[in-house]
Design a protein around this ligand. Structure first.
Ligand SMILES: *Cc1c(COP(=O)(O)O)cnc(C)c1O
Length: 394
């Protein structure tokens, strides 16, 4: 056998095909917006995280262009060498002001932030307690840490209390980690209860608000603001890749966190800084949020409208508390068939099935955006109705 044929990968790919989970990556031939050119067909885009429509906003694009003129295309180094250009510092100060926190440290993405921050802030002799449905990048960050790990049942405060009662006394520092918004169901973490338990047991809290920042709270300040918990969550993670419409991640915390991370967070030490275009574009987006709640208001109006219409048609839209709208189908094959038929009708909604969600809870996950017009939404609703009836889903 010729080793360079990578036969073992060919066999694995065959297995994907046999399991019916093989897929090819769709190609978008233009900007990410309300309507996209996917694989050469115009479709209403109900599957992006571009909640506020800022990814293709003229002001945000112009900021990126201007930054390229002044700073060039790349940062040229990691931040600890010469990659720490002034725009990054500006972005961090602006985000700290926006989030009402002492200091912010930016990373190249939300995933980078989780894998960099978690291993830097807890160590051997500490314990991480993590919600069982936390995002994959949290799971990876936890795996990289030398701390011990424990899991609590999803949003189950009795189970979190049980873990704290059983284990707290064995450890120096304890860190409770949760998503702010859970991305598969759109439900919120029970942050007030988690914070109260953390205070009772002298534990720290870490909230990954990737789907909450730009969406919840005053002008999109996030779930900590939504619940009025300023000053009581130790580490607040946000992404610049979703509502902010660009790329990047950050942690908002105390000044000491920022200082410590500048010495120990591996993505800052060993991977090149955010490019100037992205940094400048993110600054512009955050400024737009601070100037007006126009975008977050439109997002929520669109989401409320869409959910009400689908509910009236008889679809099961789960228990989402955010613009993430799951349309629960159940059967995996039927879920994928529904997604495919909608695409043919001009509406792109990704189907999500096991193992991303539990068996028998296959769903389409509709991501509503402020960029959708009422016509876009009405068109999509009409296709949901027609195809849903054809497939006996409603
Ligand atoms: C999307 C997401 C991330 C990753 O953010 P990127 O900036 O896209 O890397 C991290 N955490 C959660 C909870 C997310 O939903």
């Amino acid at each position: 056998m010729n080793k360079h044929e990578l036969t073992y990968l060919k066999e694995k790919i065959e297995q994907l095909k046999n399991d019916g989970v093989y897929r090819e990556l769709p190609v978008n031939y233009g900007p990410c917006d309300n309507v996209i050119n996917l694989n050469g067909h115009e479709v209403v885009n109900l599957s992006s995280n571009n909640y506020l429509g800022l990814a293709n906003h003229p002001r945000v694009k112009q900021a990126a262009i201007d930054a390229v003129q002044k700073y060039g295309a790349g940062a040229g180094a990691v931040r600890t060498i010469v990659g720490n250009y002034d725009l990054i510092e500006q972005l961090e100060d602006l985000l700290a002001e926006f989030k009402h926190e002492d200091a912010v440290m930016c990373f190249q993405s939300g995933l980078n932030c989780n894998i960099g921050v978690i291993q830097a802030i807890v160590d051997r002799g500490d314990l991480i307690i993590s919600d069982e449905l936390n995002h994959a990048s949290i799971i990876d960050g936890v795996r990289l840490s030398k701390a011990d790990k424990a899991i609590f049942k999803h949003s189950d405060m009795n189970d979190l209390r049980r873990v704290l009662e059983e284990k707290r006394h064995n450890y120096k520092n304890v860190l409770i980690i949760t998503d702010g918004v859970f991305s598969m169901d759109g439900d919120l973490a029970k942050l007030p209860d988690i914070v109260a338990l953390a205070e009772e047991f002298d534990a720290m809290t870490y909230v990954d608000d990737a789907h909450g920042s730009g969406v919840l709270g005053e002008s999109g300040r996030g779930s900590v603001d939504h619940f009025g918990l300023h000053g009581r969550v130790d580490f607040i993670i946000g992404t610049l890749s979703k509502a902010i419409g660009v790329v990047g991640g950050y942690v908002a915390s105390k000044k000491e966190t920022k200082t410590w991370l500048s010495h120990r967070a591996r993505p800052l030490l060993f991977s090149t800084a955010l490019p100037p275009a992205a940094t400048a574009a993110a600054i512009e987006s955050v400024k737009m949020l601070m100037e007006s709640d126009e975008y977050t208001t439109k997002l929520w109006d669109n989401a409320t409208y869409f959910k009400e219409k689908l509910g009236t048609l008889g679809f099961d839209t789960g228990h989402s508390e955010t613009p993430i709208t799951p349309v629960i189908i159940g059967n995996e094959a039927k879920t994928m068939a529904f997604s495919k038929a909608l695409l043919e009708a001009g509406v792109y909604v990704s189907g999500i099935v096991f193992p991303t969600v539990p068996k028998g809870t296959g769903r389409l996950r509709v991501m509503i955006s402020a960029s959708h017009t009422k016509d876009n939404l009405d068109f999509a609703i009409a296709q949901f109705e027609r195809v849903g009836k054809e497939l006996n889903i409603i």
